[in-house]
Design a protein around this ligand. Structure first.
Ligand code: FAD
Length: 386
């Protein structure tokens, strides 16, 4: 039985507790086969949309709820879904990340065109920032967007794009050259059926989900599909990540909490040397460390979410800490769970084996741990007047 005592923490209101409880029931009944990840994702997005859960990713005026993001709700959604099914969490998360720039900076027309379908689960979203030579180093981005009359013409390559191949639209960041480096980028919404866009390669990873390398060649996009001001692409990307980075920590927390619960059950039921494993001091030490890591991560994740919801313009430092600690410690928690399961821990189909694969990429995407350290150090030095 998952520990839900954290929901009584002062970060939450009754609406959050109600949301988490209803989503937990919904997630418990989600039983979507992962044999075909594209089909699974489409089904999960549709079911999340039909049941109203995707309302959390857009404002009420465009089919969602509230005035803007409630980051605590986004985090609770990701934690709850990740606890049950990594792909369900992924499907939810990408609907948010792949529309974040539109919600935060898009024109009213663009919001009307995109958001209702995303909320309904009828339109699949993607966020295309990374390139073969520009991952951690966003300023090295080489895809260009040349303005030609009322259009931008995109040329270049994006890789590691989640939902690549099944998305209905991509939010694409390209160099428009207003200034050098990160200050010369702009964001554009590109429909998947644009003849200048093709899926060059599908990428298979250890925890499979739709992922692709994309090629843009003479890809013409109406300037009305530019998101935010010309040259403001980096700001658009960072403001979006400022909302969604804590939610990566929340997903890691969901995986870690599931691993802890699996380990507790195993420790209670598996007998070693004539007694339940849970009576062995070394098993108890592992469980104590796992439980403490889970609570520490939850405190950082929901501190960041609460701070944003209370109106902080940016939570760069808090979100970076939440993402770094929650993803790194989830890896450790899951590894300990695998160890407690012994040989069974690495057998395909056992939940801790899947969690072991699911967690790994979270320490890399949306800013690898090393990048979070740089961000935390910079913000901390700034705070100290350095
Ligand atoms: C499963 C998955 C899904 C993804 N989905 C998306 C998506 O939807 N959209 C998108 O745009 N991108 C996506 N990405 C890309 C992801 O954001 C990048 O992989 C990430 O930013 C790292 O970039 P890179 O892979 O080019 O690694 P590199 O930039 O080459 O970095 C390699 C490693 O160097 C280390 N490092 C980084 N900076 C420093 C430093 N300053 N000092 C020391 N070490 C450092 C880190 O450990 C890093 O992992 C996804 C990636 C994965 C794996």
């Amino acid at each position: 039985m998952p520990d839900e005592s954290f929901l009584r923490w002062p970060f939450f209101e009754d609406r959050h507790r109600d949301f988490a409880s209803r989503l937990k029931d919904f997630a418990a009944d989600l039983d979507v086969s992962h044999d075909d990840v594209d089909a699974a994702c489409r089904t999960l997005v549709r079911r999340l949309g039909e049941a109203g859960w995707l309302r959390a990713v857009a404002p009420a005026a465009y089919g969602g709820e509230g005035d803007g993001y409630d980051v605590r709700t986004l985090c609770l959604a990701r934690e709850t879904l990740a606890y049950r099914d990594g792909l369900a969490d992924f499907a939810f998360a990408m609907q948010g990340l792949g529309t974040g720039p539109v919600t935060l900076f898009g024109s009213d027309d663009l919001k009307r065109r995109i958001l209702p379908g995303v909320v309904a689960g009828a339109r699949i979203a993607a966020f295309a920032l990374s390139e073969p030579e520009a991952g951690s180093d966003v300023a090295a981005l080489a895809t260009t967007a040349r303005i030609d009359g009322g259009e931008a013409i995109l040329d270049g390559e994006k890789t590691w794009i989640s939902n690549g191949g099944i998305a209905d639209h991509y939010v694409v960041f390209a160099r428009t050259g207003e200034a050098p480096g990160a200050r010369g980028l702009s964001a554009f919404l590109v429909e998947a059926d644009n003849p200048g866009l093709r899926v060059e390669e599908r990428i298979d990873v250890i925890a499979p989900h739709p992922l692709a390398r994309l090629r843009f060649e003479g890809c013409r996009v109406p300037l009305a599909h530019r998101i935010g001001e010309p040259g403001a692409g980096f700001k658009v990307a960072m403001a979006t990540l400022d909302v969604f980075r804590s939610t990566v920590g929340a997903a890691a927390l969901g995986f870690a909490r599931r691993a802890l619960d699996e380990a507790l059950e195993r420790a209670r039921t598996r007998h070693l040397f004539g007694a339940p494993m849970g009576e062995l001091p070394l098993t108890q030490a592992a469980l104590a460390e796992m439980a403490t890591d889970v609570d520490a991560s939850a405190l950082l994740v929901y501190r960041a979410a609460w701070t944003k919801d209370m109106g902080a313009p940016r939570v760069t430092r808090e979100a970076a800490m939440a993402k770094m600690v929650a993803t790194e410690s989830a890896q450790t928690v899951i590894d300990k769970a695998v160890q407690i399961f012994g040989g069974l821990g690495v057998a395909k189909g056992v939940p801790v084996e899947a969690l072991y694969r699911e967690i790994r990429a979270l320490r890399i995407y949306e800013g690898a741990t090393e990048v979070q350290k740089i961000v935390i150090a910079r913000e901390t030095l700034k705070g100290a007047g350095g």
